[in-house]
Design a protein around this ligand. Structure first.
Ligand SMILES: [Zn+2]
Length: 328
C-alpha cells in the first residue's frame, strides 16, 4: 500500500481524511504557512503557533485550531501521526511529516528554503519514504548568488539612490520577504519607512520574538533621506505617486530572469529568495532519501524528469509529465 495523493485545490489525502494546504475550505486541514495561496477558511486546522498567529490576522474567523510546536508529534488518526518541522521559508513555515502505520512516512515541504535567512528558522531535512516537494525554481539556471552578496548590493543600491537625490523604494511581499529585506538593511546609515501593510506584519513578527532593525511608518511629509519598503506595486499606483523621484527595486528569486526588470516595470531587481534554488532542491532530495518523489509548483515536470535521470522514482503532480519513452 502507498499514499494516495489527490491534487486539486491543495492536496487531499483520502486514506486519512485530511488535506494539506487546501485553497478552498475543507473539514480538516494541515497548513504549512500563512501565505494567502496556502490559506482557506477550513473548519479544523493544524499549524505552528506562528502560522496560527498570522492566520488569525489574515483570515479571522472561528475555527478549531491545533497549534503544534516544531518537533512535537501528535496523533492525527489512530494509524497516523503528524510532526511539523521548520521549512526555512518564512517565520513559522513548516515541513509536514506524516507517519502512517501501513503507508510509511510522507514529507510535504510546502514552500521551503535550505539557505539560512535572517528571520525564518533553519530548514530541517528529515528522512521520508514519500516526498511531496515544491519545485518553484526547478530548472538548472535558477542558482541564487550568496545571500550576503545580494544584501550588500541592496544596501549599495539604497546608498547610491539617496546620494543621487532619489528615493530608494524596495518592493517585497509583506509577509516574510519584507522582514527579510528589512533585516538585510541592518547597518545601513539611512532611516527606513515602511508601508502600513508591512508595518502590521512587522508588529506580528516582533510579538513573536523577532528583532528587526529600527524603522517607522510611511509618512510622505518627512520622506526626505529615507529608504521606503512596500509590497510590489505598479509604477502608477497611488502609493508610489506619493513618493517624489522613486527608484524602485524588486526583491525576488525571479530577479535571476533578465526580463524581471522589464516585466515588473522596476529600475532594479535583486535575487533574494525565500524558496530553494535548483542546487538546494537537489540537495534536499538527496538528504531526505525518498523512495518516491512528487513535485508541485513551478517547473514541476522538468524537475521530476531531472530526478528520474538521477535514478529517483519521481512524477509531477501539478503539470503533465513528459515521460521518457525513448525512440521506438
Ligand atoms: Zn509561501
Amino acid at each position: 500500500m502507498s499514499w494516495t495523493i489527490l491534487h486539486k485545490n491543495g492536496l487531499q489525502l483520502p486514506q486519512i481524511g485530511w488535506w494539506l494546504d487546501p485553497s478552498r475550505p475543507v473539514d480538516k486541514a494541515i497548513v504549512s504557512h500563512a501565505h494567502f495561496d496556502h490559506l482557506a477558511a477550513s473548519r479544523e486546522v493544524v499549524c505552528t503557533p506562528a502560522t496560527a498567529r498570522f492566520m488569525r490576522h489574515r483570515l479571522p474567523r472561528k475555527r478549531v485550531e491545533h497549534r503544534l510546536p516544531f518537533g512535537q508529534t501528535e496523533p492525527l488518526t489512530p494509524d497516523c501521526s503528524v510532526t511539523l518541522l521548520p521549512a526555512g521559508h518564512i517565520l513559522g513555515s513548516a515541513l509536514i511529516l506524516l507517519n502512517h502505520r501501513e503507508l510509511g512516512s510522507l514529507l510535504y515541504t510546502g514552500d521551503f528554503k535550505l539557505r539560512q535567512g535572517l528571520v525564518a528558522e533553519t530548514c530541517a531535512t528529515p528522512r521520508a519514504d514519500t516526498l511531496v516537494m515544491e519545485t518553484t525554481f526547478g530548472r538548472s539556471h535558477y542558482c541564487m548568488p550568496p545571500s550576503d552578496q545580494v544584501r550588500g548590493q541592496l544596501q549599495d543600491f539604497c546608498r547610491q539612490t539617496l546620494a543621487a537625490g532619489d528615493t530608494p523604494v524596495l518592493m517585497a511581499y509583506s509577509l516574510g520577504k519584507a522582514q527579510e529585506v528589512l533585516a538585510s538593511l541592518a547597518g545601513l546609515e539611512a532611516p527606513i519607512m515602511v508601508h502600513p501593510q508591512i508595518a502590521e506584519m512587522n508588529h506580528l513578527h516582533e510579538d513573536l520574538g523577532v528583532t528587526l532593525p529600527p524603522h517607522r511608518l510611511f509618512d510622505d511629509r518627512e520622506l526626505a533621506g529615507h529608504v521606503v519598503l512596500c509590497a510590489p506595486a505598479p509604477k502608477n499606483s497611488a502609493f508610489l505617486k506619493r513618493i517624489p523621484r522613486p527608484r524602485t527595486a524588486f526583491v525576488s528569486g525571479w530577479a535571476l530572469d533578465r526580463s524581471t526588470v522589464f516585466r515588473q516595470r522596476c529600475d532594479a531587481a535583486f535575487p533574494l529568495s525565500d524558496h530553494a534554488d535548483y542546487p538546494d532542491l537537489l540537495c534536499f532530495v538527496d538528504l531526505v532519501k525518498p523512495k518516491r518523489v512528487l513535485t508541485l509548483h513551478g517547473f514541476a515536470a522538468d524537475f521530476a524528469r531531472t530526478l528520474r535521470e538521477r535514478g529517483y522514482d519521481a512524477l509531477a503532480l501539478s503539470e503533465p509529465n513528459q515521460l521518457d519513452l525513448g525512440l521506438q
